[in-house]
Design a protein around this ligand. Structure first.
Ligand SMILES: [Zn+2]
Length: 547
């Protein structure tokens, strides 16, 4: 009946993807297992971990997830199963006092969650979600501060559903409380909007929480219930997986809507709907480590002298596309090319295939020492422009140049502006240095002025130690010119290494404080193996300095 009815034996990390303070930690706790049954608990916990990691969207987030098991023994097996709900009447002396038949509903299986939290805080303080496994084959479970599930034949499916409540704040999408044929007080949902992301009282497109996922051709509401006294018996009028607004959700026959006809939060045998899947990915993705290294297919060329990448939603479908640029050095004149990997998913994989390789016209120069690209809507017409930068090495002093391919269409082709596909080639003023070992460009509101700026970065390679510098072209106007002059080159402090073989640059408000941060990347070439390093200059000032 209480923690006097057993003991905490210990914690074991059964899926180890990295330090607990960097990963998303699920803790599975034993309830109603006698000491002699803890081997069975270990098997039950491992079985659920295996199911979880094979289930979408967790399967794509595996490298972010640790799973722990806490062995807790109880005096008796099972849980209280009151006869009042049609149960066996069993009373079991267990550590967390599990019982079916809460609120008069047999399937509602609860434990003493304060005791569970005490045990987990002591053993795995970095926990993000807790599931208690109750050693009973009676069907039941619950969400709440800790998820609870039993070992009914559908145990893993119950656990995945309860985890939706406990770890991700998802609502039940079914439209009954005690049962469709039993309820008499579940006709119309109260007008108050539920806080959960996967149910709503809104019956119009503009107020749907998930409106960005609903196709224009899908009717909203997508289904309505003709008789609010009962659960809606109609089959789905749209193909499975269609996002819309389906009436009947959150324990009410009418007045509440769910995003898809079916979902694991409605029916244990269904997959999570897209709205629930998105919430799960958003919650766990911040715990991902570096991705696997992903190859760009169809590469060509044996020598290059520069490369760059940039991201933007070029196809306009709400997913970022990846533009990859390289500077081919085949002997004789160099050539610049770009290609586009379409529709990066939440894990950074290209899901829409790659474009053909597109040449940048009018290239000149046989030797370069760096290159980069940036995407920004410089012409302010709603389409991204492609800025291509290269560092020419003609013998003697180097020179940096950029050009702009105007208005990429949804296929990624330059479509032009003001009668030209590409701008003329423009020098970056005041260049110096005869040898460089990397260069890059970024375009964005670097100074917090509300205008686009152009940040150019290069690695100078004099005799002895190298040095990294950036400068900011203030206010790139609609024609792509730097309108308010260029700052002096600013040295990046604490540089190290005498040889480099590449560089990259990005602008983003990583700290989320409204000021741009500057991410500087370089490839160190110390002899032997190379190494890539990045550093962040926080909060660029209005003058473009890291203070
Ligand atoms: Zn759902």
């Amino acid at each position: 009946m209480s923690t006097a009815d057993g003991s905490v034996v210990g914690a074991t990390k059964i899926v180890d993807r990295g330090p607990n303070d960097r990963r998303w930690n699920l803790v599975i706790v034993a309830e109603g297992y006698r000491s002699s049954e803890l081997t069975q608990f270990a098997s039950d916990a491992q079985s659920f971990a295996n199911t979880l990691l094979a289930t979408a969207p967790f399967d794509g987030l595996q490298s972010a997830i640790n799973v722990h098991r806490i062995d807790v023994s109880s005096t008796d097996s099972g849980a209280d199963d009151p006869a009042a709900c049609g149960g066996s009447g069993a009373i079991a002396a267990t550590y967390f006092d599990a019982s079916f038949c809460n609120s008069g509903i047999q399937r509602l299986l609860l434990v003493d969650s304060a005791s569970v939290l005490n045990v987990v805080n002591a053993r795995v303080p970095e926990w993000h979600a807790i599931l208690v496994v109750v050693n009973s084959t009676v069907y039941g479970g619950a969400g709440g501060a800790v998820g609870v599930y039993s070992l009914a034949p559908t145990a893993a499916l119950i656990a995945l559903h309860e985890l939706g409540h406990t770890a991700f704040g998802l609502a039940d999408e079914y439209e009954y409380w005690a049962g469709c044929e039993i309820d008499t007080d579940r006709n119309n949902h109260p007008a108050l909007e539920p806080s959960e992301p996967n149910v709503t009282v809104a019956n119009n497109r503009a107020n749907l929480k998930w409106r960005d996922l609903v196709a224009a051709a899908t009717a909203v509401p997508t289904t309505t219930n003709a008789n609010c006294a009962v659960c809606d018996p109609q089959a789905s009028p749209v193909p499975a997986g269609t996002l819309g607004a389906f009436e009947g959700a959150h324990y009410y026959h009418c007045g509440a809507f769910r995003p898809e006809f079916d979902c694991r939060m409605r029916n244990l045998n269904a997959a999570y709907c897209a709205v629930c899947g998105r919430r799960i990915r958003q919650t766990i993705a911040p715990h991902l480590p570096w991705s696997k290294t992903k190859a760009v297919p169809g590469w060509f060329g044996a020598e290059d002298q520069g490369a760059g990448i940039a991201l933007a939603d070029i196809s306009g479908n709400g997913r970022p596309d990846l533009v990859v640029f390289h500077l081919d050095n085949p002997g004789g004149e160099n050539h610049g090319y770009y290609r586009i990997g379409w529709n990066l998913d939440a894990l950074g994989d290209v899901t829409g295939g790659w474009s053909d390789v597109k040449p940048v016209p009018g290239w000149f120069g046989a030797e370069d020492q760096g290159a980069g690209i940036a995407l920004a809507d410089i012409s302010a017409n709603g389409r991204p422009d492609l800025v291509v930068f290269h560092l020419d090495n003609p013998g003697g002093e180097n020179h940096g140049y950029y050009r702009i391919g105007w208005n990429l269409n949804i296929a990624g082709d330059v479509t032009g502006a003001l009668g030209a596909l590409w701008s003329d080639v423009r020098p970056v003023p005041g260049w110096y240095g005869a040898e460089d070992q990397g260069a890059a460009i970024a375009v964005g509101d670097a100074r917090g002025s509300g205008q686009l700026d152009m940040v150019v970065y290069h690695i100078d390679n004099p005799a002895g130690e190298n040095h990294g510098y950036y400068r900011i072209g203030r206010r790139v106007n609609f024609g792509g010119d730097i309108a308010d002059g260029t700052t002096a080159p600013k040295a990046i402090p604490g540089w190290f290494g005498a040889e480099n073989q590449g560089a990259g640059l990005a602008l983003s408000d990583i700290s989320g404080n409204g000021r741009m941060d500057l991410v500087v990347f370089h490839v160190d070439n110390p002899g032997g193996e190379n190494h890539g390093y990045y550093r962040i200059g926080w909060n660029l000032s209005n003058a473009g300095d890291v203070l």
